[in-house]
Design a protein. Structure first.
Lengths: 116, 115
């Protein structure tokens, strides 16, 4: 697609429910990143995919968070048993990776998650 | 680990004025990249300008320019002839060369352009 697409744009859920956030990167972008943006913590790196694999999952805040990427394209961030502190904007970005210079990330508009 | 510090939580200037946003960073890396991103109320992060650390020349993009001082680890953004549409959060960000963790962001500066 022309840009990075994220869905849903806004999600309100009850504490304890599971949520899935979807990211559709720019076509041909092999690298994909998830960040969390919250008022108290700023922008926090969560996970990075190169193709379908995530070399380092240590940025995920807890074992309630998981992410996968299939077909080198769409990625899903899943939060199980949501807690109020999970309320934040979840941003996805994609890039061509380290080719011909800087690795420039293009961001989506984010998914705002509110846990009641 | 890298850290990025933006010491100005909020700034306000009149339309058409010039404004400078500050950013300092700390790293032991010798090869890296620095970025300024803009985030308007729509939430979408938009790349404003980038700088390769190995380049001495300061990057420029139309009304936006940077003052990159590598020894001082400083990377300020200057916006000339500011416009109402420049109102947004501005984030300074660091990326190490070949790094797998993407960008390290500062806390941001909320820039308000007054008519």
């Amino acid at each position: 697609g022309a840009g990075v697409s994220q869905s849903p744009s806004n999600k309100v859920t009850e504490k304890g429910k599971d949520v899935e956030l979807r990211c559709d990167p720019i076509s041909g972008h092999t690298a994909l990143y998830w960040y969390r943006q919250s008022l108290g913590q700023g922008l926090e790196f969560l996970i990075y995919f190169q193709g379908n694999s995530a070399p380092d999952k240590s940025g995920l805040p807890s074992d309630r968070f998981s992410a996968e990427r299939t077909g080198g394209s769409v990625s899903t961030l899943t939060i199980q048993r949501t807690q109020q502190e999970d309320s934040a904007v979840y941003l996805c970005a994609s890039s061509l990776g380290w080719v011909s210079g800087a690795n420039v990330l293009t961001f989506g508009a984010g998914s705002r998650l509110t846990v009641l | 680990a890298q850290t990025v510090t933006q010491s100005q939580p909020e700034m306000s200037v009149q339309e058409a004025e010039t404004v400078t946003l500050s950013c300092t960073y700390d790293t032991s890396e010798s090869n890296y990249y620095l970025f300024w991103y803009k985030q308007p109320p729509s939430r979408q992060m938009i790349l404003v300008i980038r700088q390769e650390a190995y380049k001495q020349q300061n990057a420029t993009e139309n009304r936006f320019s940077v003052n990159f001082q590598k020894a001082a680890k400083s990377f300020s953004l200057k916006i000339s002839d500011s416009q109402l549409g420049d109102t947004a959060m501005y984030f300074c960000a660091f990326m190490k060369h070949q790094g797998a963790d993407g960008l390290t962001f500062g806390k941001g500066t909320h820039l308000i352009i007054q008519p």
